[in-house]
Design a protein around this ligand. Structure first.
Ligand SMILES: NC(=O)c1ccc[n+]([C@@H]2O[C@H](COP(=O)([O-])OP(=O)(O)OC[C@H]3O[C@@H](n4cnc5c(N)ncnc54)[C@H](O)[C@@H]3O)[C@@H](O)[C@H]2O)c1
Length: 378
């Protein structure tokens, strides 16, 4: 497989997720960072570029300039990674798609349904691949659950309980640092905080694991911590196509919870319990009540999921490997595009279509909440 070249937007000094993307891509050494617009100022961009060994001539003052310049180069980037706060996702992704460059963007995809539909249209029209990094769905155990349910081994799913509580924004002020500040600022997060940040992970996790499609939602979105102007605790009732139901909870003031994404799936033939903080295992309960704990690296994990493991069981893999698994499939597909062997069934990562579903879910919830907690169709 050919090693590809990529560029990054965001991921400058003191930032969080950009560095995680770089490390995850490096796990399989399938791509090299060669360009970037790492920050809003050229000075900070060049600082990060120097730290990462990027040619100063390929450190850009804006993502628009980067997209144009990289598209014009013989050796231009194969894909762009967008890891800025939510407000600039749309414009940055659009700039690269219009320049004919494949895109990876962190969640939430963008701010509005119109923007999401535009990105879907652009990517589809231009035949470009678009990864949305719902990180947790790269876990081997998540892939195992998805295959198990898709093969009908849990029977028809009857109900889902899913939650993502955090406690890091339990107080106003300096508590959440830079990352907390922009999430709570409507101008930078797009008028939704907790549900955009955490609820999109919950929506995508349930959709990916179960294959269920949301039909309608009833949302109660609360602003609880004094001083906040956006939601920091959300409870959502969900009805899926086919009649199954779900209940989602996200919170940022649940002291004692870090990144506690959990999904419980109850089917006709058994139940599945999964939590990302213990991502190496999944609990499966049969209709007779037999409780089985499957571990990554041991037998009993579906082959297509087990293939993503890199280490023997007990040598723990985690969040970076999970993100690495998304990139492994994305970059494999990009290579296949280059040599003409790509087929859509090779895609084993969340795409722009999945990202758009997340944006639609958030907006249906906002509408439900604004109209007095009524059911809203998606
Ligand atoms: N997948 C996950 O689990 C996960 C986890 C955390 C964050 N995220 C997402 O990642 C994104 C970034 O979050 P973060 O916590 O890393 O934020 P951050 O504030 O730590 O970093 C953002 C970076 O983007 C840069 N930036 C801002 N605007 C820019 C622009 N116009 N051009 C170039 N650079 C710009 C900033 O200077 C900074 O370096 C958000 O969309 C967030 O929702 C996803």
């Amino acid at each position: 497989m050919k090693k590809l070249n990529y560029g990054m937007v965001g991921g400058g000094p003191g930032s969080f997720i950009g560095d995680a993307h770089r490390k995850s891509i490096n796990i399989d050494a399938m791509a090299t960072l060669v360009a970037g617009c790492f920050s809003r100022t050229l000075e900070k961009c060049q600082q990060t570029g120097a730290e990462l060994g990027v040619d100063p001539a390929r450190c850009y003052a804006s993502f628009e300039e980067m997209a144009k310049a990289e598209a014009a180069r013989e050796d231009g980037i194969d894909f762009a990674v967008v890891v800025t706060p939510n407000v600039s996702h749309y414009a940055a992704c659009k700039a690269f798609l219009e320049a004919g460059i494949h895109v990876s963007c962190d969640k939430p995809l963008c701010l509005t349904v119109e923007q999401a539909e535009d990105l879907v249209r652009l990517a589809d029209e231009k035949g470009l691949l678009f990864l949305v990094t719902y990180t947790y769905m790269g876990h081997v155990t998540a892939k195992h659950i998805r295959k198990f349910i898709a093969d009908g081994k849990l029977g028809k799913v009857r109900t889902v309980m899913a939650e993502y509580p955090q406690g890091w924004l339990a107080y106003e002020g300096e508590w959440g640092g830079t990352q907390g500040a922009w999430r709570c600022d409507p101008a930078q997060s797009g008028g939704v905080n907790c549900l955009g940040d955490l609820g999109t992970h919950v929506e995508n996790a349930v959709a990916t694991l179960t294959g269920l499609k949301v039909k309608r939602v009833l949302a109660k979105m609360d602003i609880v911590v004094p001083g906040r102007v956006l939601d920091d605790n959300d409870v959502i009732l969900v009805e899926y196509e086919g009649g199954a139901t779900g209940c989602y909870w996200t919170s940022q003031f649940a002291i004692g919870h870090d990144n506690d994404l959990r999904v419980r799936i109850y089917g006709e033939d058994g139940s599945i319990l999964w939590k990302q903080e213990e991502c190496e295992k999944v609990t499966m309960i049969s209709r007779e009540g037999t409780i089985i704990e499957r571990h990554r690296g041991n037998g009993g994990i579906e082959d297509c999921a087990a293939a993503y493991g890199r280490l023997p069981s007990g040598h723990t893999e985690g969040w970076l490997e999970s993100m690495g698994n998304l990139y492994k499939s994305f970059i494999t597909c990009l290579n296949a595009k280059k040599d003409g062997t790509f087929t859509p069934d090779m895609i084993d990562f969340p795409t722009v279509h999945d990202g758009a579903e997340g944006v639609k879910f958030v907006h249906a919830c906002l509408k439900s909440n604004a109209n007095g907690n009524v059911w809203v169709d998606l």
